[in-house]
Structure formats: C-alpha cells, structure tokens
Write a protein of this length. Structure first.
Length: 442
C-alpha cells in the first residue's frame, strides 16, 4: 500500500468511527431551516451535505482544510526556482488534512507521472469528434473514455465489499488525475494548434508538465499553471460541479462517470464557462471604446451602459462571497510580480476600481466584488492563450483535485445515495393555506 493511501485509510477509518457515533447520539439535532425562497431558489444555502476538503466563508473566502489561500502560498512546497505552490501539495492536504513535506509532494509528482499513460482508444475517441466541438464536450467524453480503465468497476463486478469501496476509488482518483493534463493538452493542440501535439516531459511536476504540453514555454507560465491549478481546485461541496460529482458518485458510479458529470455542470455559463465570458466582455468593451488603454471614466461609462441594457458584468458577484475573492487577489499578486505592464491586465485592475462602486450604487447587489473569473482570462491572454473556449477545461483539470479527493472520503465514510425530497407548487399552495388556517384558529 502506497504511503498516501496508508495515511488516508488511517484517517478515514478514524473519522468514519467518530461520525457514526456522532450521528447515533445527535442524529435528531436540527441544524438548519429551509424557507420557500430556498425551495424555489435552487436550495441556495441549505446545509445538507458534508464536504471534508474545503469550506467557503462569505467574508474570508475559501479555506482548504482550514488554510486560507495566502497561508497556502506560504506553506505548500514549491518547484525549484518557483514561488507558486505545487497543486500536488494541495491534493495531499485535501485528501488527508495534513500539510505535506517536500518529500511527500515529490513522491506524489512521481506517482502521477508513473500513472499518466493514456490509452490509445481515448485519443481515437476524441478524433471521432469535429475539431470545432467545444473543448468541454471533448473533455467530458475523454474522461468517460478513460473509464474503461476503472479499478472500481472491475473490482465491484468481482464482488468488492462496501468497506473497500474507498480503496478502488482512490486508485481511480490517482489514475484519473494523473492522466487529465495529457488529455486536456491533447484537446488543446488538436483544436487550436492543427494537431501538433507535444510529448510529456516526465522530469516536470504535474502543473509544469501540463504547461509544457500546452506548448506555452517559459518559467512564468509554468508558475501560472501551478497557481491556477491550486486556486481552482475546490470551492466546498455546494457549487454545481462539486455537487454534480458528489451526486453521481453517490449512486456508486465510478470516478470517471462522476467527474464527467461534474465537468458537464462546470461547462454551464452560470458556472465555469463564466471565465471565457469575462474576457470576451473585456475585448468587446475595448473594441467599442476603440482603445486597449481606456481610462477609468471610459470603463465606468461602458459598465453603466451594460447595466442599463439589462446585462450583468461578468466576473463580478458570487453566490456566497461578500468580499473580494481571495483567488482574484492571488492572481493579481502574480500579475503584479510578473506582468504588471500588460494592457489587458491594467484594464482588469481599472475595472476593479470602477465596477464595485457602480454595483453598490444600485442598492440591490449583495456582492459587488470580483470573483476568480475576473482575472484568470487576462493572465492567460497575456501568455498567448487567446482560445477562450478552452479556459473551462483548465478549470476542470484543477477542479478534479478537490472533487475526487472528496469522492474518496465519501466512499470511505459510507455516504448514502443522495435523494432529497421534492414538492409540487400545488403542495406549497396547500401547505401555506393550512398554515394560514391554523394561525387563524390559534
């Protein structure tokens, strides 16, 4: 048994035992109340699942196993000569709740390289699609095609016991994460670079090798990929991609089907696809204004016209956060160090000064601050990645870290099939009528 799996088994068994006793003693304790606004509003804010790997606070932003993004940038191991954290370290932290040593991260990098060979039939399956198929369609299909290698499916068919579900899921998780950069870069080069593919460099770490296979060389871009893959890795369990992965996984679908489900949710314009909408909006604004170096006054005027036209400002606002997204702040810090003289980067920074006060002036916007999508596209454009429709695939490679680490926990803790209760509009009307009648009688 490898050292990471051994640690996970020890921690998972201990928490399983603790949780079982907790539910037995306190199972009837009420922890939340649901109102009709939540029933009709997509279950917004309803506390109804356990997610071990991260938690989102409205004021502080995301915390991974209790650590903030600024803390992780200081504490996680880095590649030689690079200041940005290695995403392997964050996966280790999310999986077992301990900050990894440099030795442990190096082991994980090597382990993912060892597992990274992609079967030929996955590439063959991709080649059956038109090259102009959306990259997220290709990505989701490729993940499903990788599922022919599922350890969980094979062992389940052989009679795998429930207490060992986590073990097979761990193996699938490690194999799948290891192969995603190869698959994603193949899609990128196939779609946007005339199929001129780049072979892996096994001397590099997971994020560095991904940058290499994308074909954008330079230490700065490798550093950006390490940061990007760390920042987008998880955002607690209630977001659409995480919840979709969890829901599908609760049926005992394997990690491949579960992650593909999550990626289909990520591909929606209200979720991960928003990152490409932001940069499109920026370039549309620059075209309308006729300059790449607009003033704050020009940006403010365009923003106001956008709002007056009944449209939203992409990249601003968040369902939970009520402060600037720490992931935006981390990307800004990267840009300030490496590329502060970029025209596009400076537009993003000017928008940060302009947009929140305008949104606050509307009096109905709960969060006028930028989210992670407000900055990521500008960084990618600076390094030559103008292929906006691929941005969500980058997001998806990163998000696999958190949702698959959690899938291991869900299996280890024996989480059941998720099955909330639905009601009809007629049921709601009847319920309110009964409540009103009871109040009158009372």
């Amino acid at each position: 048994m490898d050292p990471l799996k051994k640690k996970f088994k020890e921690k998972a068994f201990a928490l399983y035992t603790s949780n079982k006793a907790l539910v037995k003693e306190h199972g009837a304790t009420v922890v939340d109340q649901v109102n009709l606004k939540q029933v009709f509003g997509g279950m917004r804010g309803v506390k109804s699942m356990v997610w071990e790997t991260s938690q989102l606070d409205a004021q502080e932003g995301i915390r991974f196993r209790g650590y903030s993004i600024p803390e992780l940038k200081k504490l996680l191991p880095t590649a030689p000569g690079c200041k940005e954290p290695l995403p392997e370290g964050l996966f280790h932290l999310m999986l077992i709740g301990e900050l990894p040593t440099e030795e442990e991260v190096n082991w994980l990098s090597g382990e993912w390289q060892r597992r990274s060979n992609v079967p030929k039939h996955v590439f063959d399956a991709l080649e059956t699609l038109p090259k102009d198929a959306h990259p997220m369609t290709q990505f989701s299909m490729a993940i499903l095609a990788l599922g022919t290698e599922s350890v969980f499916n094979r062992r389940y068919a052989e009679g795998l016991g429930k207490s060992e579900y986590w073990d097979a899921t761990y193996e699938d998780t490690m194999n799948l994460i290891a192969r995603l950069p190869r698959v994603a870069s193949y899609i990128y080069r196939r779609t946007f670079k005339n199929g001129d593919h780049i072979e892996p460099d096994i001397s590099l770490d997971w994020g560095g090798n991904f940058a290499h296979m994308l074909g954008i060389e330079g230490a700065d871009f490798k550093a950006l990929m390490r940061l990007y893959l760390t920042l987008h890795a998880d955002h607690e369990g209630g977001n659409a991609s995480a919840h979709s992965t969890h829901l599908t996984g609760s049926t005992l679908s394997d990690a491949y089907k579960s992650l593909s489900s999550g990626m289909n949710a990520l591909a929606g314009p209200l979720h991960g696809l928003a990152n490409q909408e932001v940069i499109k909006w920026v370039f549309t604004m620059l075209d309308v204004l006729g300059t790449r170096t607009p003033s704050k006054a020009q940006i403010a005027e365009y923003v106001q016209k956008t709002i007056d036209g009944g449209k939203v400002i992409p990249g601003y606002g968040h369902a939970v956060l009520r402060q600037p997204d720490p992931r935006f702040t981390a990307q800004r810090a990267f840009a300030e160090e490496y590329i502060k003289n970029s025209d596009i980067i400076n537009v993003v920074w000017k928008a940060f000064d302009v947009v929140p006060p305008i949104l606050q002036g509307l009096g109905k916007v709960k969060n006028p601050w930028p989210n992670v999508d407000a900055h990521s596209g500008a960084l990618l454009v600076h390094y030559g990645m103008h292929d906006f429709s691929f941005y969500t695939v980058l997001f998806g490679v990163s998000r696999s870290l958190g949702v698959l680490a959690q899938l291991c926990w869900s299996r280890a803790l024996g989480f059941p099939l998720e099955r909330p209760k639905s009601v009809t509009s007629k049921w709601v009307q009847d319920y309110l009528a009964k409540e009103k009648e009871a109040a009158v009688k009372g």
